[in-house]
Design a protein around this ligand. Structure first.
Ligand code: MG
Ligand code: MG
Length: 249
C-alpha cells in the first residue's frame, strides 16, 4: 500500500528532510583526507541528535553507524570504521534522520582532492540523473517515467546502473512502497498522486551494472572494482512541482 501524506504530515517530513539535508551538508564541509569514516559518522550523528532527531540508520537491521559511508568502488552501505579517507577518494555518504514520526533520506558522493576526469563525469551524470528523475515526479505520471528518465540519461554515457538496490517510498517507515527503480519503461508502474513521498536514488557505476556484497554482510561494491556514485533526495509529489524535502541551501 502506498501511503498518501496529509499536509500536516508533509510539514513534519519537511523537518525530517531538512535535518537530513543539513547533516549531509555538514558531512561535505567536514570531510578531509586522513579522517576515518567513523570520525565522519560521529559528526553526522552528533548533528542529528543536536536537532532532537534520531539517525534513521543506527540499529537498522543491526547497522552500527549513523550514516552509510562508502568509498570509491563501494556503492552503498559502507560501515563507518577505522578506514581513512584519502586524497583522491570519492566518498558516498547516505544519511537518514527521524523526528516526530517521520524519516528523511538523502545521499551524496563527495570528492576529496583531485580525481580522474572520468570519475568526475560519473558524479556529474549521476546527480543529473537524479534531477531528471525528480522532474518526472509529478502527479499523473507513473514511477516508470522517473525510472526511464534516469536510465535514459545514464545509458548515454555507458555507465552501469545498479539494479539490486533502488529508491523507495519514505514516511513513518524508512522504506515504504512504492519501489523506485533506476531503470524501466515510461508509462509503467504505480501512478503518482499528490501526497506521495519517495526517495529517488540512482547508484551508478563507472563500468558495468554488477555489484556484490562483502563478507561484512553490508558493504556493496562494484563487481568491476571501479568507482560508483550515489545521489539521493526525498521528494514530495504535489499538485505542482515536486518539493525536494532534503534540499538545503
Ligand atoms: Mg539513503
Ligand atoms: Mg533511500
Amino acid at each position: 500500500m502506498i501511503n498518501i501524506k496529509s499536509a500536516s504530515e508533509i510539514a513534519k517530513m519537511k523537518t525530517a528532510g531538512r535535518i537530513t539535508g543539513e547533516a549531509l551538508k555538514l558531512a561535505g564541509e567536514s570531510i578531509r583526507p586522513g579522517m576515518s569514516t567513523k570520525e565522519l559518522d560521529t559528526i553526522i550523528h552528533d548533528y542529528i541528535v543536536s536537532c532532537g532527531a534520531t539517525p534513521s540508520f543506527l540499529g537498522y537491521g543491526g547497522f552500527t553507524g549513523s550514516a552509510c559511508i562508502s568509498i570509491n568502488e563501494e556503492v552503498i552501505h559502507g560501515i563507518p570504521g577505522k578506514r581513512k579517507i584519502l586524497d583522491g577518494d570519492i566518498v558516498s555518504v547516505d544519511v537518514g534522520a527521524y523526528i516526530d514520526g517521520f524519516h528523511g533520506d538523502s545521499a551524496r558522493t563527495f570528492v576529496v582532492g583531485k580525481i580522474p576526469s572520468e570519475v568526475e563525469e560519473l558524479l556529474k551524470v549521476t546527480e543529473e540523473a537524479l534531477f531528471r528523475g525528480i522532474e518526472k515526479a509529478v502527479a499523473g505520471n507513473r514511477i516508470g517515467d522517473i525510472s526511464h528518465a534516469i536510465e535514459e540519461h545514464v545509458r548515454k554515457y555507458n555507465f552501469g546502473i545498479v539494479k539490486e538496490y533502488i529508491g523507495h517510498g519514505v514516511g513513518r517507515d524508512l522504506h515504504e512502497e512504492p519501489e523506485v527503480p533506476n531503470y524501466g519503461k515510461s508509462g509503467h508502474g504505480p501512478r503518482l498522486y499528490p501526497g506521495m513521498v519517495i526517495a529517488i536514488e540512482p547508484m551508478i557505476n563507472l563500468k558495468g551494472d554488477g555489484v556484490r556484497t562483502l563478507k561484512d554482510g553490508w558493504t556493496v561494491v562494484t563487481k568491476s572494482g571501479t568507482a560508483s556514485a550515489h545521489f539521493e533526495h526525498t521528494i514530495a509529489i504535489t499538485n505542482d512541482k515536486p518539493i525536494i524535502l532534503t534540499k538545503v541551501d
